[in-house]
Design a protein around this ligand. Structure first.
Ligand SMILES: [Zn+2]
Length: 249
């Protein structure tokens, strides 16, 4: 993980290594296989047209499981804010509402989250995000959620609405602005293929009150280097799909 305010260690995650956790329960490993097809159906059409032409389109799709049932207007404002942050990095973010047809859809794949970065490249121009009402008991008090940037199954980003609410109550940042920046931060981990953080910008690990004051009135962007890395990752992913499509012809 994590969007960070100011401690940020998810259950089972090492305190010094960012978001890494190499463990995967047997339950999750088995059940994740049953959910992949459900999620793929939502996202499969994203890059079909682009693979036909081979041109690079810096676009990315986010499927959101709004399990917390946040008001549609609030979620839309947060999504627009996150899209603005990515747009400033040269990336077009598109949103899709995902329906939970099976609780197994929301399992987390903890098997592939090395703290130093993913061994596999991004295999899809999409990410799955769940927004849950409450953080589980024992979850680091000031963490807003976490990302599993290397996960190939289940959700890659989890955000807790009660933690967002706590930040919005104690800082000048409105709820939707906290959520928007949390979305950008966690999705950023997926595109950057890493759980590591920077000293500033939206990928900062620990957010002070001053950071939230800034986020309350403007967007906290990615750094130039992060933008370059994300665009590079997207380009490589699309090139992989183009090559795969060509091989099938
Ligand atoms: Zn983080």
């Amino acid at each position: 993980m994590i969007l960070c305010f100011p401690m940020n260690v998810a259950p089972g995650m090492e305190s010094g290594g960012g978001c890494g956790d190499t463990r995967l329960t047997a339950f999750a490993e088995v059940e994740m296989r049953t959910t992949t097809a459900c999620i793929a159906g939502i996202l499969a059409a994203t890059f079909t047209s682009r693979t036909a032409t081979g041109s690079f389109d810096p676009a990315f799709t986010v499927a959101v499981y709004n399990v917390a049932q946040l008001p549609r207007g609030t979620l839309a404002r947060a999504e627009a804010l996150a899209a603005e942050i990515f747009n400033s990095a040269g990336i077009d973010l598109h949103w899709a509402d995902a329906t939970v047809s099976n609780q197994m859809d929301l399992l987390n794949d903890f098997s592939m989250t090395p703290a130093t970065g993913c061994t596999q490249r991004l295999h899809s121009e999409s990410v799955r995000v769940e927004i849950l009402s409450h953080a589980p008991p024992g979850f680091a008090l000031q963490a807003l959620g976490y990302a599993l940037p290397c996960a190939e199954r289940g959700v890659q980003v989890t955000i807790y609405a009660d933690r967002l609410e706590a930040v919005s109550q104690h800082t000048p940042a409105a709820f939707y602005r906290v959520l928007g920046h949390a979305l950008a931060h966690e999705i950023g981990h997926v595109l950057l293929r890493s759980s590591t953080h920077e000293n500033g910008g939206v990928m900062k690990r620990v957010w002070s009150r001053n950071d939230w004051q800034r986020a309350a009135v403007t967007v906290v962007p990615f750094t130039t280097n992060e933008a370059r890395r994300m665009l590079q990752e997207l380009r490589r992913t699309q090139m992989g799909h183009v090559l795969a499509a060509g091989n099938r012809r």
